[in-house]
Design a protein around this ligand. Sequence first.
Ligand code: COI
Length: 377
Amino acid sequence: PAELPDIQHGRLIIDKNEQPTPPPPSETLVFGRTFTDHMLTIEWSATNGWEAPHIKPYGPLNLAPSSSVLHYAQTLFEGMKAYRTDDDRIQLFRPDMNMKRMNNSARRIALPTFNGDSLLELIKKLIRMDRHWVPKEPGHSLYIRPTLIASQQAIQVSPPTEAILFVICSPVGPYFPKPVSLYATTEYIRAAPGGTGAFKLGVNYAPAVMPQKMVAEKGYSQNLWLHGPEHYLTEVGTMNMFVVLKKDDGDLEIVTPPLDGMILPGITRDSVLQLLRDHISGTRPIRGLDKGEKLAVSERGITMKEVKDASQTGKLVELFGAGTAAIISPVHKIGYLNEDIEIPTGPDGMGRIARAVRKELSDIQWGKISHPWSVPV
Ligand code: COI
C-alpha cells in the first residue's frame, strides 16, 4: 500500500509546561476528568499537509465558532492506554491497531490520513514527558485519547480543508468498577447497515446519551444495542459483548457478535478472541482455565431470544463486555421487554471465564508476563 502522509515527527516543537500540577491520588480519580500536563497537537491543511507537531501545555484549542466540527460532527477518536509495570517500565498494548483504526475512521469521514508509525513515536514522546502521570495502582493506567477534528471555518457540508489532530492523556481506573447492568433497548438503535457503527466517530456517541439517561432512570447502567426485528445483540457503545453458553453436550461456547459493519472492531475484543483461540489450540493456555475443558469460540449472530432461552434453561453461563476503557466487565443482568434476565456471576462479581481472561489480558497489559502485543514507551 502507498505510504500514508508523514507527520514529520522530526520537526517536533516542544513547549514545556512551566506550571505542572502533581497527579492526584489514584483513588480520587473519576474516569476521564483529570488531564496531564502536556498535549500533542498537529495541524493539517489541504494545501500544506501536516504541519510540524507540537507538544505543549494542556489547554484550550484555538477554534472558530464556524469550525465544521462544531456543526457537523467531523470528529473521530481513539482510546488506548499506557501501563506501568511492577519494575517501572511503561508500555502500550497493540498501539499499531489504534493507528490503523484511526486511519480507517479518518477515511470514513474524509478527514486526512497519516503515517501511524510517526504518530505513535510522537505519542511515546508525549507519554515520556508526562510519565509520572502513569498510575502505579493495580487496575489503573494512563488513558490516551488521540482525536482528529475538522477545523476549517465553513458552514457548508463539505470535505475538510483544515484539521487538527490532538492527543490528550488522563490517568484512570477501570471504566466500570462494578458488574454492569444493561438494558436491551428496542426503541433506539446505535448503528445500521451502511452507517458508521464500525468506526470510532464522535457521531456514534452523542445519540446514545439520551437513551442512556432513560435506562439510568430505570436503574440500569448502559444500553445494550440491538439490531433488526430478531433483536440481534450488537454492542454496548463502551464495550463489545461476549456471551458464554453451555451447549447440549455440556461444552462451553463463547459467542461474540461478528464484525458486520455495525459494531466497533474492538482491540480488546480481538485480543480476547485470540487469547481464547490460542488456549483452545494449546499454543498458549490461559492460566486459570482447565486444559481438559472443551471450549469453542464463535463470531456469530446471537439474538435476545437465544440469550433469554439459555437463561431459562440454565444454559447462560456468563456474559461480559470487553473494551480498552472497560477492560473485561462482567454483566449481571439485562433488562429486556420489561423483564430482567439475571446472569450468573461468581462471588467476586465475575464469571469464571471472564475472571481468567481478564487476568491473562491484564497480566500482559501490566507487563507481568511478556507478550509481542506489549510495546515499550
Ligand atoms: C474506549 O474503550 O477506549 C472507548 O473509547 C470507550 C469510551 C467511550 C470510554
